[in-house]
Design a protein around this ligand. Structure first.
Ligand code: NAD
Length: 348
């Protein structure tokens, strides 16, 4: 474990196997310096246990940085369930997972991620109170995407201000990749301000719907990279900024809600070298975790969420300004700030 390439001084890594339900899960706690570790649970049909471990280690570290940058009293953790989310789910499996979470006594809070629904989490919640992202209950925060999208919209404005000298988006050409939960709400904000939108998605019906209400032009999933736009906004998949796509981009800003946008860490330097201002994904998309944190606090408050979102945008601005000042890649600057915040945390 200590020699694993993705190991980053994680505080603890827990393996759970429940033979009766077939549960195989890993919970990685990267850091609790700022508070209990929080991060979603992913269910994925990994080819090997090694792949599952790698995901848990990597994603839990990412959550430490995301939570630190969002100024939340939360550390970073992540759970992965090794299985097929279409065929392997059962109430017994999620009950066993709930007992696993409970056995950590609040060191780690879980929520939905890829392959997991609120319905699954409701079963988990029958066994443990350390669950967030529920639809029902006193502090339920529900769908986080409107808050994520609002944060992304404001982050795009902050980036535009630095790249073009004005945060006014009217008449700006913006390519939006993915018009699902986050991308859809984002398009509404952008269209309201008069931006000229070019959108893509694999869901034809969704595309038509978003285009009808925003006037966006529709292009194919491949054409999106070649558009003559000011801003490219990834809101679908990860790894979309890679050595194949980067040379095709004409935008001067990359800013969107998708997680893990850079295929490899080096793309950060490559973006800087091409003169593209990149809003680090785990900073600009922090609205969702802020919403979840409000639920974890035990009393959801819209005012608290909006206050935290304001601070998040200020942090993003600090990252962008510092990177421009030093001519440094934005991701590198963000990671330095996150690591400093974690290192300086006072023990609870
Ligand atoms: P979603 O599933 O609602 O939307 C994703 C959209 O991308 C879907 O409409 C899907 O059809 C589309 N898509 C899939 N493959 C595509 C392709 N090849 N080209 C173009 N479009 C494609 O998910 P979401 O909740 O909107 O999340 C979008 C991204 O933002 C994800 O990376 C997610 O991890 C990240 N994120 C979401 C939140 C949140 O609050 N929902 C918070 C933080 C980060």
């Amino acid at each position: 474990m200590f020699d694993h390439p993705s190991f980053d001084g994680h505080e603890s890594v827990h393996m759970f196997e429940d033979k009766a339900s077939g549960l195989k899960a890993i919970i990685a706690v990267h850091s609790t310096a700022l508070g209990p570790a929080a991060g979603g649970c992913r269910m994925w049909n990994y080819a090997t246990g090694e792949e599952a471990l790698r995901d848990a280690l990597r994603l839990s570290k990412g959550m430490s940085f995301k939570n630190a940058m969002a100024g939340l009293p939360l550390g970073g953790g992540k759970a992965v369930i090794w299985g097929n989310s279409k065929t392997d789910k059962s109430p017994e499996l999620f009950e066993a997972f709930g007992r696993a979470i409970q056995s950590l006594n609040g060191t780690y809070y879980t929520a939905e991620d890829v392959g997991i629904s609120t319905k699954d989490m409701e079963i988990v919640a029958t066994q443990t109170k350390y669950v967030a992202g529920l639809d029902q209950g006193e502090a339920a925060s529900g769908d986080p995407s409107p808050i994520t999208a609002l944060g992304v919209y404001r982050g795009i404005k902050a980036s535009a201000k630095r790249a073009f000298g004005s945060d006014d988006l009217s008449g700006r050409r913006i390519a939006v990749q993915g018009v699902g939960h986050v991308g859809g709400y984002l398009c509404d904000h952008l269209a309201k301000e008069g931006a000229e939108l070019i959108i893509t998605d694999i869901d034809e019906a969704l595309l038509k719907e978003v285009s009808a209400r925003t006037g966006a032009k529709i292009v194919s999933t491949d054409e999106i990279y070649d558009q003559h736009v000011d801003i490219f906004s990834p809101n679908a998949l990860g790894a979309v900024i890679n050595p194949e796509t980067l040379p095709r981009l004409k935008a001067r800003v990359v800013a969107g809600g998708a997680n893990n946008q850079l295929s490899i860490a080096e793309m950060d330097v490559a973006l800087r070298d091409r003169g593209i201002l990149y809003a680090p994904d785990y900073v600009i998309n922090g609205g969702g975790i802020i919403n979840v944190a409000a639920e974890i606090s035990g009393a959801y408050s819209r005012n608290w969420v909006m206050g935290k979102l304001n601070v998040l945008i200020e942090t993003l601005e600090e990252v962008l300004d510092e990177a421009l000042k030093q001519n440094a890649p934005t991701n590198e600057v963000a990671e330095q700030i996150a690591r400093t915040r974690i290192a300086n945390a006072k023990p609870a």
